[in-house]
Ligand binder design. Structure first.
Ligand SMILES: [Zn+2]
Length: 157
């Protein structure tokens, strides 16, 4: 696992649960995961890391800026790596399916609205609630996974 330096840079010791969780986010096809998704995927790998530990690691990663936390549908936090291009999300209110998009026009509009009010833009969060066309697919952007978890669409190693 080559992400040890990410942890060191964040001032976190490279413990096994931290390494495993970080590795999972980097290798998984599914970009957006709940703590339960992470728990299940680690269990599939035969790694028995408790849910409480996973919550703690995810929170530490969020505080260190490694992960971003979203509050979409259903009240569960959803995490994704904070690296990469900034983007907004469309979330299906039925299935929780997530689609990422980036629209420079929207960003320009937001910037000008903020300026019109005399504010200085720090960041924006745009989360569009919508209905997915099929209703049968679930969370995950690269490859939508079933509601039972992202296991089915896991990238082959
Ligand atoms: Zn995203």
């Amino acid at each position: 696992m080559a992400r040890e330096h990410d942890l060191k840079a964040a001032g976190l010791k490279a413990t096994l649960p931290r390494m495993k969780v970080l590795h999972l986010f980097h290798k998984s096809k599914v970009r957006h995961m709940t703590a339960e998704d992470v728990y299940r995927l680690l269990m599939d790998e035969g790694l028995d890391v408790g849910l409480a530990t996973i919550y703690r690691v995810l929170t530490q990663f969020e505080q260190a800026g490694i992960l971003k936390r979203h509050h979409f549908e259903g009240g569960k936090s959803i995490f994704e790596l904070s690296e990469g291009e900034r983007h907004d999300h469309i979330v299906c209110v039925n299935t929780g399916q997530i689609v990422e998009f980036h629209d420079p026009e929207i960003v320009r509009r937001i910037e000008s609205i903020v300026r019109e009010h005399g504010f200085e833009l720090v960041d924006h969060v745009l989360h569009i609630r919508a209905l997915a066309p099929t209703g049968g697919v679930e969370r995950g952007t690269a490859a939508p996974a079933r509601h039972t978890g992202p296991t089915a669409t896991r990238r082959a190693r």
